[in-house]
Design a protein around this ligand. Structure first.
Ligand code: 5AD
Ligand code: SF4
Length: 379
C-alpha cells in the first residue's frame, strides 16, 4: 500500500473528505487504483471478516406503480410481460434457499402499496419464517421471540411507516431501498416530477425503516446521465452520514424502452462505469469498514468477472437469483441482465472456483448481519 494512503487510514477506516474522494474517483493512476482496492480488501478481511455471505434473491413480481426514468419495468412500459409468483412458488423458493444453505433471502418486487399486496406480503413473511434451516443459523439470531428461520430482507420500495412496522413484526429484519442518487437535483432528473417520486419521501422512508428497527441498506447507480464524480463522492459521504448497515450499488445500464436511454451516448464507457463501480466499492469499504457491501448483478453485465472484481475491492455479499427460470427474463430492469439461464446454486460455478482459489470462504447457514449493525446496537 502506498504511504500516503496508510497515513489517512485510521482503525475506523478512512477520514472522510470530499476533495480526497473526488481526486480518487477521477484519478487515472492505475497504481493508486490498485492500492485503494488492496487497502479496501485488507480492511474488509479485518473488520467484516474473510467470508462472503449469500442471499437467495426472489424477484416475486415485476408489477410497479412507479415510472423511474431508467428502469425497464417502470409501470408505463407496455412492452413488459407482467408476472407475479404464486404463494406456492415463493414458499418453494424459500425451501430451495434453505436446502442450498442460504440462511438469508431477499424478496424483491416493483413498488405497490395497495392493501391486497401489503397483506399478502405479511402472510408470506410468516410462512417463510416457518421454513426450517438445514444447519440452523449461526451468529444472527436476535429476534426478541428467539426465532431463527430464514433471515429475510425486503426490497419492496417506499411504504407507509405502519407497513414497515407490520412487515417487521411479521419477520423481516433488513430492508433495501436505494437512494439511487443522493443529490436531490440529480434524483429529480432521473425520476418523473410528481408526488410519487420525490426525494423527500425517499429519505423519509429510509429514516422510518431505521426507526422501526430494520437494518437498512441503500445504494446508487454509477455512470448515470448528468452524474459527475463529485456526485459520487457525495454519495459516499451520504452513506456515511446515514450510518447505513448495507449497501448495494452498481453501474447504470441503459434500457432501450426507457426515457433515460436517449442520453446513453453521453454516459461514461462500459469500461469506465465498471472501473468507477469497483472504485466506489473500495472507497465505501475504506469509509465504512464493517458494513455489508454487495457485489451486484449489474456488474456482471459489464464484465463476466465484475462480481469477482467487487469482492477483491471489499464487497462481502452476493445475491444469487432463485427466481423461477420461467419468469426471470421478465424482471428486465436493464438491457443484457444476466442469469436468465443460470441456476441459483453457486456450487460448481466459475464464481465458486474463483472464491476457492482465493481462499475466500462462502458462509452458508449464517444470516450474515453486518458487524456494523452489531456495533451500533452495542453503543
Ligand atoms: N441500470 C442499473 N440499475 C438499475 N436499476 C433499475 N434500473 C436500472 C438500470 N437501468 C436498479 C435500481 C433499483 C434496483 C432494483 O435496480 O437501482 O433500485
Ligand atoms: Fe419500479 Fe423500482 Fe423500477 Fe422504479 S426502479 S420503476 S420503483 S421497479
Amino acid at each position: 500500500m502506498n504511504q500516503s494512503l496508510l497515513q489517512i487510514l485510521t482503525p475506523a477506516g478512512l477520514i472522510p473528505d470530499l476533495e480526497t474522494l473526488k481526486a480518487w474517483l477521477t484519478t487515472t493512476d492505475n497504481r493508486l487504483h490498485e492500492s485503494l482496492v488492496a487497502a479496501a480488501f485488507a480492511l474488509k478481511n479485518q473488520q467484516a471478516g474473510p467470508g462472503i455471505f449469500l442471499r437467495g434473491l426472489m424477484e416475486i413480481s415485476n408489477h410497479c406503480q412507479k415510472n423511474c426514468l431508467y428502469c425497464g419495468i417502470r409501470g408505463k412500459n407496455a412492452t413488459v410481460a407482467r408476472y407475479e409468483l404464486s404463494d406456492e412458488e415463493i414458499l418453494h423458493l424459500g425451501q430451495k434457499a434453505a436446502q442450498l444453505g442460504y440462511a438469508s433471502i431477499v424478496l424483491q418486487a416493483g413498488e405497490r402499496q395497495d392493501n391486497k399486496f401489503v397483506l399478502r406480503i405479511t402472510k408470506l413473511l410468516k410462512s417463510l419464517k416457518s421454513i426450517s434451516l438445514r444447519d440452523g443459523v449461526r451468529g444472527g439470531v436476535r429476534r426478541p421471540d428467539g426465532s431463527a428461520g430464514l433471515g429475510i430482507t425486503l426490497s419492496l420500495g417506499e411504504q407507509k411507516k405502519e407497513i414497515f412496522e407490520e412487515w417487521y413484526a411479521a419477520g423481516a429484519h433488513r430492508y433495501l431501498l436505494r437512494i439511487e442518487a443522493s443529490d436531490p437535483d440529480l434524483y429529480h432528473q432521473i425520476h418523473p416530477q410528481d408526488a410519487l417520486h420525490t426525494y423527500e419521501r425517499r429519505i423519509q422512508s429510509l429514516r422510518d425503516l431505521r426507526e422501526v428497527g430494520y437494518q437498512v441498506g441503500t445504494g446508487v447507480m454509477i455512470g448515470l446521465p448528468f452524474q459527475t464524480e463529485e456526485h459520487l463522492a457525495k454519495d459516499l459521504l451520504f452513506f456515511k452520514k446515514m450510518d447505513i448497515d448495507m449497501c448495494g450499488m452498481g453501474p447504470y445500464i441503459p434500457h432501450h424502452d426507457t426515457p433515460l436511454a436517449q442520453y446513453a451516448a453521453s454516459i461514461p464507457s462500459p469500461e469506465r462505469r465498471l472501473e468507477l463501480s469497483i472504485r466506489m466499492v473500495a472507497l465505501l469499504r475504506l469509509l465504512m469498514p464493517d458494513i455489508n457491501i454487495a457485489a451486484t448483478t449489474a456488474l456482471q453485465v459489464l464484465s463476466a468477472q465484475g462480481r469477482e472484481q467487487a469482492i477483491e475491492a471489499g464487497a462481502n455479499v452476493v445475491m444469487p437469483n432463485l427466481t423461477d427460470l420461467l419468469h426471470r427474463s421478465n424482471y428486465d430492469l436493464y438491457d443484457g441482465k444476466p442469469g436468465a439461464a443460470v441456476d441459483a446454486d453457486v456450487e460448481d460455478t466459475d464464481f465458486a472456483r474463483y472464491l476457492a482459489q482465493k481462499n475466500i470462504p462462502i458462509l452458508r447457514g449464517e444470516w450474515g448481519d453486518s458487524n456494523h449493525y452489531f456495533a451500533r446496537n452495542r453503543d
